[in-house]
Design a protein around this ligand. Structure first.
Ligand code: ATP
Length: 356
């Protein structure tokens, strides 16, 4: 197991800053995901770790070795891409064993390692087939087996499940994670799919415009996003912009929709602009009794609803420009479309973000 460190790593293409001075410490055996929208610099970062892209500034370490100027083939990297890039004229077993043969490993050692990996990826019987004779999900498991046949110090994966349909992708997420844990290989994974990142990762680095906006475990990224970008990118969320009117461990925020209380972890000061962010599952429709005891309340008109899996997302129109989404379970009572309703949430369920 190896540790990977990026120190002030930057990549410019001409005037364009693709990755801005990035410090990142990837722990031994960790599964770390670079998550962000198209163009935020995920692939560039991964390719700098691999050695295919040379940083314009900064240094890169694998364990204690400065690999900034080391070519890709000497970094001990295994890579898996979206297009599996298996060799079509070779059998599955030959594909997996390719790197070992290249390194001059003895025939029986290669055969034993190939067998071991086919067992690990739960495809023990397909060694003699050719890549065109197996499914996309199987091909991707073979690509992974090939990447780890000669155990790399670090495994890099760039949208490896991007070409698969949703159902297969979900199965493969668990499968890749299981294999990574069995092998205990330090892994850096790139995806723009937040659900995938949440399912698979030990930690997630959410990237935006060439920088990491937040690095943390999946639940922290979801429950306590530190910026509006992260809150919005990961999961559904309602935003209510306003200004802090009274501040301490909790704050009172004045907004066009009313005054609301929220916990104040950043200790925002009175007068600062701030946005209240509340996840739909933390808002509920209030009964007349609950109205009396709930501090954060908003009135509106039920405008519509949509099913998300077995949950219901109900849209409440609050004014001409604002709607809020409330998540309810099918068994919860929900007012009909067109009805007036009051919703509310607990102060500790509101995330206070330090800008609009
Ligand atoms: P995607 O999910 O679409 O692959 P990404 O987050 O991986 O996006 P990168 O591919 O790292 O993003 O690209 C980051 C930025 O750098 C983008 O603005 C991209 O246009 C630019 N870029 C990437 N490669 C080059 C290149 N070879 N020459 C010039 N600009 C590039």
């Amino acid at each position: 197991m190896s540790r990977v460190r990026l120190q002030g790593v930057e990549k410019r293409y001409g005037d364009h800053l693709a990755v801005a001075s990035l410090d990142l410490d990837i722990r031994e055996g960790e599964f770390l995901t670079l998550l962000g929208p198209s163009g935020c610099g995920k692939t560039t970062t991964l390719r700098m770790i691999a050695g295919f892209v040379r940083p314009t500034a900064g240094r890169l370490f694998i364990d204690e070795d400065d690999v900034t100027a080391v070519p890709p083939q000497r970094r001990g990297i295994g890579m898996v891409f979206q297009d599996y890039a298996l060799f079509p004229h070779m059998t599955i077993a030959e594909n997996i064993g390719f790197g070992l043969v290249e390194r001059g490993a003895a025939k029986d050692r290669v055969a034993a390692r190939v067998r071991e990996l086919l067992e690990l990826i739960r495809l023990p019987d397909i060694g003699e087939r050719y890549p065109t004779e197996i499914s996309g999900g199987q091909q991707q498991r073979i690509a992974l087996a090939r990447a780890v046949a000669h155990p790399p110090r670090v495994l890099l994966m760039d949208e490896p499940l991007g070409a698969l349909d949703l159902k297969l992708r979900e199965t493969m997420q668990l499968e890749l994670r299981r294999i990574q844990q069995a092998l205990r290989i330090t892994t850096v994974y790139v995806t723009h799919d937040q659900t995938e990142a949440m399912t698979m990762s030990d930690r997630i680095a959410v990237m935006n415009a060439g920088s990491v906006e937040q690095l943390g475990i999946p639940t922290a990224i979801y429950d306590t996003p530190r910026t509006r970008f992260v809150a919005d990118f990961v999961g559904k969320i309602n935003f209510i912009p306003g200004a802090v009117a009274a501040a301490g461990a909790s704050a009172l925020i004045v907004t066009p929709l009313g005054r609301f209380e929220a916990v104040n972890p950043d200790r925002l000061q009175s007068g600062q602009t701030a946005t209240i962010a509340v996840r739909p599952e933390n808002i509920s429709f209030l009964s007349p009794e609950a109205r009396a005891t709930t501090v954060n309340r908003v009135d509106g008109t039920v405008e519509g609803r949509s099913f998300v899996g077995n949950l219901l997302h109900v849209t409440l129109r609050v004014d001409a420009t604002t709607t809020l989404i409330v998540e309810t379970r099918p068994q919860d009572p929900v007012p009909p479309d067109g009805a007036r309703a009051t919703i509310g949430w607990r102060p500790e369920r509101a995330i206070l973000l330090p800008e609009r």
